[in-house]
Ligand binder design. Structure first.
Ligand code: GAL
Length: 693
C-alpha cells in the first residue's frame, strides 16, 4: 500500500496536506448552493429544508463573480456575509468557492483578449461560463484579486471549513490558441527543451519540413491541412494542463496567504476529463474532490462510477477524498437525460463512500428555474418537497449521518490498474492504426472484468509505486516511458503478476516509436516482439483456439521466451500467438494481443489473478458490489445490491444503516448494507488478505 502522503499514481510526495474537515458526527452531505439565483426570502426556506434533509456542508459562490464584483474593483459581499452567517447559524459548514470559472461580462467586455480561442481561430464569446484563456494575465489578475478579497474577508469566519477554487478547470476549453497562449506555450517549451534544436529533435521536425529556426516560429497546434505534429500536440496538452494548474495554484496561494489552516482544493473530473493530467495535480490539492456524473444510458454506469471513485482515492494514495458533485437524478447535457430509478441515487452515493469518499455532495441544492441547467436534477427539485427525489435526499441524509464511524477508514487493494492521461492523449491522436480505439473504453472494459469478479483495485500512474501490489493490469499504454517499463519489469521479477494488453509500449513521451520496435521497452519483459499490426475490418471477429472471440485488432507476435497460451484461430494471424505468458524471476508477464469480448477478457484476468492466488469469492452473485473500508477498530463492509433480487451474504456484522446485527446479511434488491465488524486487535491494520476475502 502506498504511504500516507504519496500520490500512488504519481510520485512519492512530500506535500503537507490539510485534511478534509469533518462536520457533525456523520459524513459530509450537501451540494452546490447558489442562493444568488433566488430572492432572499427563499434563503430562510433553504436553511430550514437543509436542516430537515440533514445537510452538513454546502459549496457557496462557485458562479457568483458578477454578483460579488459587479464592476471592476467594486465588491458587494454583504449578501454573501448573510448567506454564510445564515448557514453557520443553522449548523451547516461552508466550502467557500472562488468564482473564477464564471468571469462576468464586464471582464470579457473590458478585456476581450481574456476570451479563449479555438484551434480554428474562433474567439469564444461570453454568456455561458468558463470563457477564459488560462494564460490571460487580465483573467489571472482579476481572479487572484477576488480570491484575495474573499480570503481576507472570510478566513476568520467560523462557518467556512474549506476553500474551493474555481470549478472543473479545463472541463470545457481543452486549450486556448490565442496569441497570449502561444507566447506562454513558447516559454513553456523553452523551459522544457532549453534549445530549439532539442525541440526539433524531440518533435521529429525533419518530417514534413517542420524544422524550426527559432522559438518565435512555433505556434500552438492550430488547425492545419493535415494532422499537426503529434509531439507538438502532446506538449500542448501538457502545457494546457500546467496552465490550468497554474491558474488554480495562483488563487490557492493567495488564499493560503490568508488562511494557513483550512484545506484548499478544486473539483476535479477524474475519469472523464481528458484535458488535464491529474497525476500532476495531486500535490497541488489538499484534498481530492471529484465530480462524477453517470452516463445514463450505459448499462455499466455503476461500474464507471466505481472506477472514478477508485481513481479519486488513488490520486492521493488511498487518503480520504470527497465526492464534490453528482446528481440526484437526471442531468441535462446528455442526448437522453434518463432519470435515476428509485434507490439508484442512494446506491451511487454510498458506492462512492464505499470506495473512500467521506461523504456525498450534489450539484446542486435547489433546481434552477432559469439558465442552461433548468432541467438538471437537484436535491430540492422544481416539484418541491412532496417528491420522490426529496424523500430520497432526506433518507440519504439519514444514512450519511449514521455512517460517521467509517470516517477516516481506508480501502486497501492488492490489484493495481494502470492509468495514464498522457497515453490517453497520444492514443487518440490522428493517424493511428485504427481510429476507433478508445482509451476509456479499454480501461473501463478491463476494469469491468475485475469489478464483475468482485475485486477492489487501486489505480496507478506512470510514476506509481507498485510496492505491495500483487497484480498490475495495463489495459492500454501506447505511450510508455522507458523508466516506467523498467520499474514494472523489476516489480515483475520480484513476484508481480502483470497483464499488458495490445498496442502498449509503442512510443515514448515525445511520441517517438521506441527504437527496438514493438512493444518497445516491454519486449524482454513480455518475452516477445510484435512484427506488424493487423487491424481487423469493422465488425469482423476472429476466434482464438481457446474459444474466445476477438475483434478490432490482430497482430503478428513473434515469441522469444514467452509461452503461447492461446493462438488466433482465424484472421490475418491465424495460428499465431494471441495470449502469451512469460516467467520473469518470481513473477509472470502476460500479453494479450487483441481485443477480447468482455466475457473472455474476464477469463484472462482470472488466470492472471490466479497466479497471485487471488480468486473470486464464490458466494458473490453478479451485480453485487462488496467493498471494505478498514478503520482502527472496525472493518466496514459495504454491500451494494445492483440486482433486482435480494441477496444473502455470509457476512456478519452490525448494519450501520439499520442498526441490526446478524451473522448473515440479506440486502434487498437495489439496497445497500454497511456492516461494521470489530477487528481483533492483532488484525486492526488494513490487510490485503482481508480485501480479498
Ligand atoms: C458539473 C459542473 C456543475 C454543473 C454540473 C451539471 O460538471 O461543475 O456546475 O454544471 O456539471 O451536471
Amino acid at each position: 500500500m502506498a504511504d500516507d502522503g504519496a500520490a500512488a499514481g504519481g510520485h512519492r510526495s512530500t506535500a503537507a496536506r490539510r485534511p478534509l474537515p469533518g462536520h457533525g458526527t456523520g459524513l459530509l452531505f450537501g451540494g452546490d448552493y447558489n442562493p444568488e439565483q433566488w430572492p432572499e426570502e427563499v434563503w430562510a426556506e433553504d436553511l430550514r429544508l437543509m436542516v430537515e434533509a440533514g445537510v452538513t456542508m454546502v459549496t457557496v459562490g462557485v458562479f457568483s463573480w458578477a454578483r460579488l464584483e459587479p464592476a471592476e474593483g467594486e465588491y458587494d459581499l454583504g449578501w454573501l456575509d448573510r448567506v454564510i452567517d445564515g448557514l453557520h447559524g443553522a449548523g451547516i459548514a461552508v466550502d467557500l468557492a472562488t468564482p473564477s470559472a464564471g468571469p462576468p461580462p464586464w471582464l470579457s467586455h473590458t478585456y476581450p483578449e481574456s476570451l479563449p480561442v479555438t484551434s480554428e481561430g474562433v474567439r469564444l464569446g461570453y454568456g455561458a461560463r468558463e470563457s477564459f484563456c488560462p494564460s490571460s494575465p487580465a483573467y489571472r489578475e482579476a481572479a487572484a484579486r477576488l480570491a484575495d478579497v474573499l480570503g481576507r474577508r472570510y478566513t476568520r469566519h467560523p462557518g467556512v471549513v474549506m476553500w474551493h477554487v474555481g470549478n472543473e478547470f479545463g472541463a470545457h476549453v481543452g486549450g486556448c490558441h490565442c496569441p497570449q497562449s502561444a507566447a506562454s506555450f513558447r516559454r513553456w517549451l523553452a523551459d522544457r527543451y532549453g534549445d530549439v534544436e532539442k525541440l526539433n529533435d524531440a518533435w521529429g521536425t525533419a518530417f514534413w519540413s517542420q524544422h524550426y529556426q527559432s522559438w518565435a516560429e512555433i505556434t500552438t497546434p492550430v488547425r492545419a491541412p493535415m494532422p499537426v505534429n503529434p509531439a507538438q500536440q502532446l506538449d500542448f496538452a501538457r502545457f494546457t494542463s500546467d496552465e490550468y494548474r497554474a491558474c488554480y495554484e495562483a488563487e490557492r496561494d493567495v488564499l493560503r496567504g490568508h488562511d494557513p489552516v483550512r484545506p484548499i482544493t478544486t473539483n476535479l473530473m477524474l475519469s472523464n476529463c481528458k484535458h488535464l493530467d491529474y497525476w500532476s495535480w495531486a500535490d497541488s490539492v489538499d484534498v481530492v474532490a471529484n465530480d462524477h456524473y453517470l452516463i445514463a444510458e450505459s448499462a455499466v454506469r455503476h461500474i464507471d462510477l466505481a472506477l472514478a471513485a477508485d481513481l479519486s482515492r488513488s490520486l492521493h494514495g488511498g487518503r480520504p477524498w470527497i465526492l464534490m458533485e453528482h446528481s440526484t437524478s437526471a442531468v441535462n447535457w446528455q442526448p437522453r437525460n434518463i432519470a435515476k430509478v428509485p434507490g439508484e441515487m442512494r446506491r451511487n452515493a454510498l458506492a462512492h463512500v464505499a470506495r473512500g469518499s467521506e461523504g456525498a455532495l450534489f450539484f446542486q441544492w435547489r433546481a434552477s428555474r432559469r439558465g442552461a441547467e433548468q432541467f438538471h436534477s437537484a436535491m430540492l427539485p422544481h416539484g418541491g418537497t412532496d417528491t420522490r427525489i426529496w424523500r430520497e435526499v432526506c433518507e440519504l441524509g439519514t444514512d450519511l449521518a449514521r455512517l460517521g464511524p467509517v470516517r477516516g477508514s481506508r480501502v486497501v487493494a492488492d490489484i493495481a490498474l494502470y492509468w495514464d492521461w498522457q497515453s490517453w492523449w497520444a492514443t487518440e491522436l490522428e493517424y493511428r492504426p485504427v481510429a476507433d480505439l478508445s482509451y476509456l473504453e479499454r480501461v473501463l472494459t478491463t476494469y469491468t472484468a475485475l469489478w464483475n469478479d468482485g475485486h477492489t483495485v487501486d489505480v496507478v500512474g506512470p510514476a506509481g509505486d507498485l510496492a505491495g501490489y500483487r497484480v498490475l493490469v495495463v489495459p492500454s499504454a501506447f505511450l510508455l516511458r522507458r523508466e516506467t517499463a523498467d520499474r514494472v519489469a523489476a516489480w515483475v521479477a520480484a513476484g508481480g503478476q502483470l497483464l499488458v494488453c495490445f498496442f502498449s509500449g509503442i512510443v515514448d513521451e515525445s511520441v517517438t516509436i521506441h527504437p527496438e520496435g514493438f512493444p518497445g521497452p516491454l519486449q524482454t519483459l513480455l518475452g516477445l516482439r510484435v512484427e506488424e499490426f493487423h487491424p481487423l475490418p469493422t465488425g469482423e471477429q476472429v476466434p482464438l483456439d481457446d474459444g474466445s472471440v476477438a475483434d478490432l485488432w490482430s497482430e503478428a507476435v513473434v515469441t522469444g521466451t514467452a509461452e503461447v497460451v492461446a493462438r488466433f484461430a482465424g484472421g490475418p494471424d491465424e495460428g499465431q500467438p494471441a495470449l502469451t505468458r512469460n516467467r520473469v524471476g518470481a513473477g509472470t508477464a502476460w500479453y494479450l494481443a487483441t481485443r477480447l469480448d468482455p466475457e473472455h477478457l474476464r477469463g484472462v484476468t482470472r488466470r492472471v489473478l490466479a497466479g497471485a492466488g487471488i480468486t473470486r469469492r464464490p458466494d458473490r452473485p453478479d451485480g453485487v458490489e462488496v467493498v471494505r473500508r478498514h478503520g482502527a477498530e472496525h472493518r466496514f463492509t459495504f454491500v451494494l445490491n445492483h440486482t433486482s433480487e435480494p441477496v444473502t451474504l455470509d457476512e456478519p456484522g452490525t448494519d450501520l444503516l439499520t442498526g441490526s446485527t446478524a451473522t448473515a446479511t440479506t440486502v434487498p434488491a437495489g439496497g445497500v448494507a454497511v456492516l461494521a465488524t470489530p477487528l481483533h486487535p492483532d488484525t486492526a491494520a488494513p490487510s490485503r488478505e482481508d480485501v480479498r476475502r
